[in-house]
Design a protein around this ligand. Structure first.
Ligand SMILES: Nc1nc2c(c(=O)[nH]1)N[C@H]1C(S)=C(S)[C@@H](COP(=O)(O)O)O[C@H]1N2
Ligand SMILES: [Mo]
Length: 172
């Protein structure tokens, strides 16, 4: 009798864990293969909008110059192409949320996360969601690239916040 109820309890626990794992997995909205194809999730409060690569390219891509300075490179100027992050957010109809937010959290497929202030995101020529560098697509993590999207912050002297492999933008 006793071992039966222990068995029943184990079955119930396994079911609960499975259901919770499933719910949490659904909470990670952009999967690896979707990220490679250029899906991007924009979150604000309870709102979640998924933009595809063609949606981003249809916004207002601009070419701009920025100086990349990482731990293993000296300062190098590159020409990037991308959309201002604020225009991506407006494209998801979340510009009011951005105005009322204090920060924007950007997350990548490798777990790397950067925090931006709402003010800096709203600057006219500073924070971009780039998808090309020197005329070539950024490429994915799997093929040694830094995309499909990378945050480029022109005013950041070093590139720690130049988040590669971006999958999610959360307005908080
Ligand atoms: N997704 C992601 N982005 C990232 C990092 C990272 O580990 N993961 N490292 C940051 C740091 S500390 C630096 S110096 C640069 C490194 O850029 P590089 O790979 O072009 O040299 O990327 C930044 N962006
Ligand atoms: Mo770094």
């Amino acid at each position: 009798m006793k071992s039966r109820s222990i068995f029943a309890a184990v079955v119930v626990l396994v079911l609960i864990v499975t259901v919770l794992a499933f719910i949490n997995q659904k909470g990670i909205k952009v999967t690896g293969s979707e990220a490679v194809s250029g899906a991007l999730l924009i979150k604000a409060g309870g709102n979640e909008k998924k933009l595809e690569f063609q949606d981003i390219k249809a916004l207002n891509p601009l070419e701009f110059k920025a100086t990349q300075d990482t731990s293993d490179s000296g300062p190098e100027d590159h020409v990037f192409k991308g959309v201002l992050l604020k225009d991506v957010i407006s494209g998801a109809f979340l510009e009011d949320e951005l105005k009322n937010a204090s920060k924007v959290i950007v997350k990548a497929i490798d777990g790397y996360t950067v925090a931006l202030s709402s003010e800096e995101v709203r600057e006219p020529d500073n924070v971009y969601l780039a998808f090309e560098k020197d005329g070539k697509p950024l490429g994915s993590k799997a093929d040694g690239g830094s995309g499909p999207y990378q945050i480029i912050i022109k005013k950041d002297r070093f590139s720690q916040r130049w988040c590669k492999f971006v999958t999610e933008v959360s307005i908080e």
